[in-house]
Design a protein around this ligand. Structure first.
Ligand SMILES: Nc1nc2c(ncn2[C@@H]2O[C@@H]3COP(=O)(O)O[C@H]4[C@@H](O)[C@H](n5cnc6c(=O)[nH]c(N)nc65)O[C@@H]4COP(=O)(O)O[C@H]3[C@H]2O)c(=O)[nH]1
Length: 837
């Protein structure tokens, strides 16, 4: 390695003591300083350069043994052969100048301590001439030369702000130069007095230490010593002084006196202390940090230090890791990452929160954000690595991402992921002439399970359905849940060439339907599901995910319409029906906006008192071209499209206003007439329904008891507890309830018992043949018995004949509505009828 002087000096940071360097260069004798450990030349002084012509910038950093100055290597070895400590005897040597001349010189070598580092100081004290060169005149030791030399030394000491002193051990008198005296707080010029007087302000503990050291020096063979001590000045801070002294002995080794220098090192101490403080701060930050940290040597790639958190996170004890290399530990298991980190150490490049996969002692993976910075600690260049373990955070992020594309309950792909896969599959099928199918599943009457057995049971059913579907399709197929009880299966990569493609889809769909229909035991309940499946073939039925989903849904709608529990493939005609439905929907929306709806009223007649006791409000559509249309053809569309909410609100308001007009006309009273209004399931479930009823009735100042709400089984089945709660709230206002179509659906007696009902309507489907069909007669009888036992009023609807009425009256059911008495009438006709009866 080639050392440039600048680089070598920078490396020898100990050689930064400005005072020493000044003194070194001002010394009158030629001096050379060598780093004892490396053997490299640290510095040559000015006198050396002048005497031998060697230029410091070419010499500094070179190995001293190769210095061409040594003309005779044996002489050099002799010089080194002396004691390993202290100073060598002066040796006459022949030294070579830069111009090649050989100069006889008196050379001595001394081991000294420079800033805590062992160094060799070569001193050339004089020479007697030169051989083979231009030759210099011999230097006589004249007084003038001595004076000049002393003056130079004084200047050097001044420049280094050093005082000098000497102590005569015989007399105990100490002589201090003016600067040394000033350093001890004595004013004026040179000082002379006793050692005790000079040291008076020295801190007592330091004085004791000095005394001990002095005794040890006198007894031992050591000649030079260095001491630091504090002066406790009355004014201000204590000052730190450093004394470097040489002990003079006589020929028999008895100490005679001492000479030495004195320098104020308070500032140096302060900066040293500041450095220690900063190192302590660094150490406590390093150790106390919750994040793992490791310090590595840039050259050897050895771990110098790791903190507590590092040990905890990566499972190593510090002693298992400190002193070992990066490669030995294998913290970065991936070769590419390890190479990157070796690169960071080599170049000093810094990392900033770079995500890396690391391995702990148990070879477990830790995802960490790694940062690094280059530092110099104890003159060693090292890289500090900081690790933030983000394994958990990354796992959460991955989970959040997973949740965005999966259904939380079943962990199946959700609509977004399904559409994404569908998109990819469509493109793939197109390229490879393959086909696929989209199966849209709806669990028939799943709501019943949720409502009657609770949501946890419903969830368990959905999970079981997931298991069955996933377990009965191929790995390349996708099972997705779109929400609620809607599942989709994407059958992929089917061969397109033979005509049996649709058949095989049909077979798979039937198989899945069968699999789902197998009984399941959920939370102790034995359940059996039936499923409706709508199928869209890819690419036959659509080329985009949205089209395919829509068409599979249309096919599913068809299955539901046909009574559920079946499979239907999409057909173009279904699209036509769906489109027609859409047209009707648009027309209805228009009708609502343009006020084409009307309310008709069908009287309810008490055959016992021969009085009209109420009426049912029935919706009609006055179509501009088709005339008056009954609700049977459009009420379902209103319900499914959600328009029933607005239409229902309008009917309720109309009915209340009509009642108010009837009342004003004096045709009815609050206590002898009630108006029934049909409430659809969707309308009943909407939030704010109770307020809507209260406001509609209140706006006409009607007593709530004159309005009767007719609900169907659909309302009850959806959510019994919510239904009961809402009914009770309205009941408290005074509103009464009738249950329409009782017995036609799934509602059970237990439901009926829980509902706060007032009136039970006998459905016209039972009334129609009650006089001629024994079964229907029995049903009517049973319904009448139930109503009676539950203390409910009764009314029969759809009564068209006297026979029916006679039968009903025989059952003690006297109230009825039907064509026998009157069809539904518009407002005017209804008022006419009232005024006539
Ligand atoms: N065959 C026969 N039918 C008779 C006889 N007497 C009355 N009807 C019809 O029977 C239906 C009785 O109404 P619903 O059972 O509540 O059945 C209603 C009700 O469920 C629903 N509906 C009517 N208006 C509304 C409304 O404003 N809102 C809601 N949500 N549903 C309504 O539409 C259904 C059908 O209503 P409409 O077509 O008006 O049909 C009415 C009425 O015209 C008769 O003697 N023989």
């Amino acid at each position: 390695m080639v050392h440039t002087p600048g680089a070598f000096m920078a490396d020898n940071s100990f050689y930064q003591d400005e005072a020493f360097r000044l003194l070194f260069h001002r010394l009158p004798m030629a001096c050379m300083l060598v780093d004892h450990r490396s053997g490299r030349i640290i510095d040559l002084n000015r006198a050396f350069h002048q005497r031998f012509g060697w230029r410091p910038e070419l010499i500094i950093g070179q190995p001293e043994r190769d210095f061409p100055m040594w003309s005779d290597p044996q002489q050099r070895r002799r010089l080194h052969g002396g004691s390993a400590v202290g100073a060598s005897e002066p040796l006459e040597m022949l030294l070579r100048g830069r111009d090649g001349t050989i100069k006889p010189s008196l050379v001595s070598m001394e081991y000294i301590d420079v800033g805590g580092v062992a160094a060799r100081l070569y001193t050339v004290q004089g020479h007697a001439g030169s051989i083979g060169g231009p030759g210099l005149p011999a230097l006589a030791q004249t007084d003038t030369a001595l004076e000049q030399s002393q003056e130079r030394l004084r200047l050097a000491l001044d420049a280094a702000q050093m005082g000098i002193w000497d102590l005569d051990l015989g007399s105990g008198r100490l002589h201090a130069s003016a600067r040394a005296a000033r350093l001890h707080g004595f004013p004026g010029a040179d000082w002379e007095g006793t050692l005790a007087a000079f040291m008076e302000d020295t801190a007592p503990s330091d004085r004791r230490a000095m005394r001990k050291a002095f005794v040890a020096i006198c007894r031992g063979g050591q000649q030079r010593y260095r001491l630091t001590y504090r002066l406790l000045r009355r004014s201000g801070e204590p000052r730190w002084l450093e004394a470097i002294a040489t002990l003079n002995r006589n020929a028999s080794g008895r100490p005679l006196g001492m000479v030495g220098t004195l320098v104020d090192i308070t500032e140096r101490r302060r900066s040293e202390q500041a450095l220690i403080d900063s190192e302590n701060k660094f150490a406590s930050l390093f150790q106390g940090s919750p994040d793992p940290y490791a310090l590595l040597n840039t050259q050897t790639h050895v771990f110098i230090e790791v903190n507590r958190s590092f040990a905890e996170v990566f499972g190593y004890r510090p002693e298992q890791i400190i002193g070992r290399t990066l490669s030995e530990i294998g913290l970065w298991s991936e070769t590419a990452l390890a190479d990157r980190v070796h690169g960071v150490l080599a170049t000093g490049e810094s990392l900033h929160n770079e995500t890396m996969d690391l391995c702990d002692a148990q070879r477990r993976s830790h995802i960490c954000e790694v940062s690094s910075s280059l530092l110099t600690i104890n003159r060693q260049r090292c890289v500090l690595f900081g690790f933030r373990d983000v394994t958990e955070r990354k796992a959460i992020e991955a989970q959040v991402k997973h949740l965005a594309y999966h259904d939380a309950l079943t962990d199946l792909p959700n609509r977004i992921l399904l559409k994404d896969r569908l998109e990819q599959h469509i493109a793939l099928y197109d390229r490879h002439q393959l086909k696929g199918a989209l199966l849209f599943f709806d669990l028939d009457h799943f709501k019943h399970i949720n409502d009657s057995l609770g949501h946890s049971c419903g969830d368990a059913v959905l999970q079981e359905v997931t298991r069955r579907l996933a377990g009965n399709v191929r790995r390349e197929d996708t099972v997705a849940r779109l929400g609620g009880d809607e599942f989709v299966v994407l059958l992929s990569g089917l061969e397109a060439d033979d005509g049996s493609f649709a058949d095989s889809v049909q077979t798979t769909a039937e198989k899945l339907r069968f699999v789902l229909s197998e009984p399941m035991i959920i939370e102790g309940h034995s359940l059996q599901l039936s499923t409706s499946i709508g199928v869209a073939l890819i690419p036959d039925h659509g080329e985009s995910p949205d089209d395919l989903l829509k068409r599979a849904d249309i096919a599913l709608y068809r299955v539901k319409e046909a009574g559920r529990n079946g499979v239907a493939f999409f057909e173009q005609s279904m699209q036509v029906t769906a489109s027609k439905r859409l047209v009707v929907e648009n027309q209805l929306r228009r009708a609502l906006a343009l006020g084409e709806f009307k309310v008709y009223y069908q009287p309810q007649f008490d055959s016992l008192s021969h009085r009209v006791v109420g009426a049912e409000a029935l919706l009609r559509w006055e179509h501009p071209e088709q005339g008056l249309i009954g609700p049977a053809s459009f009420i379902k569309v209103l319900e499914e499209s959600g328009m029933i909410i607005e239409a229902g609100r309008w009917v309720l308001a109309e009915a209340c206003q009509f009642f108010s007009r009837l009342r004003e006309s004096g045709l009815v009273g609050f206590d002898n007439f009630s108006l029934s209004v049909n409430i659809s399931p969707r309308q009943f479930r909407q939030s704010g329904f109770v307020d809507l009823v209260r406001d509609s009735i209140g706006s006409q100042d009607l007593p709530p008891g004159c309005i009767k709400l007719e609900i169907t089984e659909g309302v009850v089945i959806e959510n019994i507890s919510d239904t009961v709660e809402k009914m009770q709230e309205l009941r408290q206002l005074g509103v009464s309830f009738a249950i329409d179509d009782f017995g036609t659906g799934y509602s059970s007696l237990s439901y009926l018992k829980r509902l706060p009902l007032d009136l039970l309507k006998i459905d016209q489907s039972f009334v129609r043949d009650c006089a001629s069909n024994g079964n229907d007669a029995e049903i009517v009888r049973a319904i009448v018995a139930i109503a009676r036992s539950l203390k409910l009023d009764m009314i029969a609807e759809g009564v068209e004949t006297e026979e029916q009425l006679t039968f009903l009256r025989g059952m003690a059911c006297h109230c009825y509505q039907g064509y026998l008495f009157s069809p539904p009438l518009d407002e005017t006709a209804f008022m006419d009828l009232l005024s006539r009866t």
